[in-house]
Structures are given as C-alpha cells and as structure tokens.
Write a protein that binds this ligand. Structure first.
Ligand code: XIL
Length: 352
C-alpha cells in the first residue's frame, strides 16, 4: 500500500478533504479518506440553505452524519460555512411583510431591517456552533465577503444582500457569536478565493486589519485555492500567506484543486482518456512546487484541504461542462477517477 498522505505531513499541517455524506457509507471514498486524511469538511451539507432552509427550522441530519464519522475516525472538522451569499435561503433577507430588505429606502425601516438580519445571523450562528462545538476545530465564519473588483463603493466588499442590509456588521456579529459558543481551542476563519491576487488580496487584508483593530475575534484566513497549473504564481501564493501571517493570523488552504485548464475552462477534454500524459505531469510539477512551498511556510499554515477526494467527483466537472456545451472533464486531485495515485501524489510524498 502507498504511504499515507496525512502521515507524510503530520509534522506540518492537517490534510483534509471535502465530502458529501453518501461518501462516508462504506464506499471506496470512505477507505481513501480513512487512510490518507485527518480532517474533513462538508462540500455542501453545512451550508445555510441545507442547515436552516426556513426560519427556525434546522435540518442537521446530513451534517450529523459527517460529524459522527469524524468523531469515530478521530478526524478534525472544518465547518463550511456559517455565512455565505450563495446557497443561502432567501428568508434571511425578507422583512416580516415578505419584502426584500435590501431594497428598502426608508431610513427608519432600514435600521429595523438591519437589526432583524443581525438577530437572524446571531441565532443561526449560535444554534450551529453550540451543537457542534465539541467536534469542529475550524469554523468558516464568513465566506467570500470580498468582491473580485472594486466592490461596494470601492470598498472591495461584495455587495451581497448581507452587506446591503447590514454593512460589515454582519461579519462582526457572526465572529462574535461564533467566539462565544465555539470550543476553547477552535479557530475562526474568514474564507475566500483568489486571495493571492490584487486587488482582492489587499481588500481582504484591509478588511481583516480593520476588524482586528475593532477587536473582532478572527483567528485566520482560509485560502480556497481553486487554482490552475500556471496560476497564480508561487510568489503570489507565498506573499499572501506571509501578509496575513504578519497580522498574527493563521492560514489554512481550504478548497484546494488544481484545474487542468485556464479560466474559463475551454476547450476542455471531453473524456478522461483524452487527457494527455504531459498535462498530468505538468500538474504533478505544480503540486510538487505547491507542497514544497506549503512545507516551507508550515509554521504559518495549519491545514491543507482538498475540495474533494478523487477525480471522479469534483465541482470542476460542472464548470468544464458548463463552458463546453455540456461535455468536458477536469481532473484536479492526486487520486484519479479509479482512486489510484497520480504522479501528483508521488510528487507531494517524495518531492523527487
Ligand atoms: C461548491 C460545491 O463543490 C458544489 O457541489 C456546489 O454545487 C456549489 O458549491 N467556493 C466555496 C464552495 O466556498 O462552497 C463551493 O462549493 C466552491 C467554491
């Protein structure tokens, strides 16, 4: 049997994978997870739309399965994600009359709406964090609050319903509430993608610095790392980790996948057989470089999580299909579609 990935990096950081509950029911995924990973995160099951589909009605069934598996197998859990603008039910943003609060112009009503939304944030976060405080070691408290461009009024902030109704106070309340109920050793993260590239990186830095100055209990930055073979550069990745570490924060790599393509993923290979060997070897070199860097920075990185387990299940396939008239595959991981190890796996084991 091949060496265990998590053991290989035991001295440096956790090795995690995103999972759907069905993958924990005695499948090959289950075996690979147990052998190679010491941390898990839900790919979807813990997002707001599944956890609190309507106000006050929590549905913990799927999330519980993941927590149970983690406990039984002594794995850390990253909770993804308490607050996000996507995969969130609309009821959060409706006032008591069913009107979209973001559109409100009357100042007094805006004030009342803000209060209502912040109460909902508090209740959502408190209920979940209390329930899972014994298992979860890292919380994605907010996800993707930074825009890719200038953002709301040039602030860099994503102009989401959350922001439109409550400004940045929703972020503050979410962290403060999570802090109140989380376990004493649990860490709270602000998670985002393209955290390596300007101006997004700098907008994130400015926000975090500002919140820390206000005493908001942020422990770290989650870097999603949905990356490509040639992008972003190693220098950008290193600079970003160092920049957030300089604020006294931890870093986690939270959703790692290395696409075979640029953006958009077009043209994509139509089937796995059509992927040239060279592309897989280029990907291996990229993984090698990446993990060498992570290892070098391991005092600033506490966990590296892949956004899946093996190439047979990746959200990037949906992306490849979407941009190629419904036909296209990606292969972003270190295990192939049959769960065999890829050249990328050997590179990150050996750095040969
Ligand atoms: C993705 C899941 O992988 C898909 O199954 C789902 O349809 C959409 O969300 N950034 C995130 C993740 O923070 O939650 C997203 O996960 C991928 C991008």
């Amino acid at each position: 049997e091949v060496p265990q990935l998590d053991q290989r990096y035991k001295k440096s950081f956790n090795i995690g994978a995103a999972v759907e509950p069905y993958q924990l029911e005695g499948t090959t995924d289950t075996a690979v997870l147990k052998r190679h990973f010491n941390s898990i995160v839900a790919e979807n099951a813990m997002k707001p739309m599944y956890i609190q589909p309507s106000e006050g009605e929590f549905n913990f069934e799927q999330a519980d399965k993941i927590m149970k598996f983690a406990k039984e197998n002594n794995m850390d859990v990253r909770y993804h994600t308490l607050i996000w603008h996507s995969q969130v039910p609309n009821w959060f943003f409706l006032d008591k009359e069913g009107k979209q609060m973001a559109n409100e112009t009357d100042p007094a009503k805006r004030e009342a709406n803000k209060e209502l939304l912040l109460k909902r944030v508090e209740n959502h976060v408190a209920t979940i964090v209390q329930r899972y405080s014994d298992v979860v070691t890292s919380w994605d408290v907010v996800n993707e609050v930074i825009d890719d461009g200038p953002g709301a009024n040039g602030t860099g902030l994503r102009d989401s319903n959350w922001y439109k109704i409550a400004g940045t106070d929703y972020i503050k309340i979410a962290f403060e509430t999570a802090k109140k109920y989380a376990g004493p050793d649990a860490k709270l993260y602000i998670n985002d993608y393209n955290t390596e590239v300007s101006p997004k990186r700098d907008h994130l830095y400015n926000l975090v610095k500002d919140l820390l100055d206000q005493g908001v209990p942020i422990d770290g930055v989650g870097h999603q790392a949905h990356i490509q073979i040639g992008w972003p550069s190693l220098q950008e990745i290193e600079d970003s980790i160092n920049m957030f570490a300089s604020l006294g924060l931890d870093n986690q790599i939270t959703e790692l996948d290395v696409s075979l393509y640029g953006w958009p993923p077009k043209p994509a290979f139509q089937t796995y057989d059509l992927i040239p060997r060279e592309r897989i070897l280029d990907q291996a070199t990229r993984y090698d470089d990446l993990f060498k860097l992570y290892e070098k920075l391991d005092d600033k990185i506490s966990s590296v999580t892949f956004w899946g387990i093996a190439d047979n299940h990746t959200w990037l396939n949906d992306r490849a299909e979407q941009y190629n008239d419904g036909i296209g595959v990606d292969a972003p991981f270190v295990f192939d579609t049959d769960y065999n190890v890829k050249p990328s796996y050997w590179e990150i084991i050996d750095h040969k």
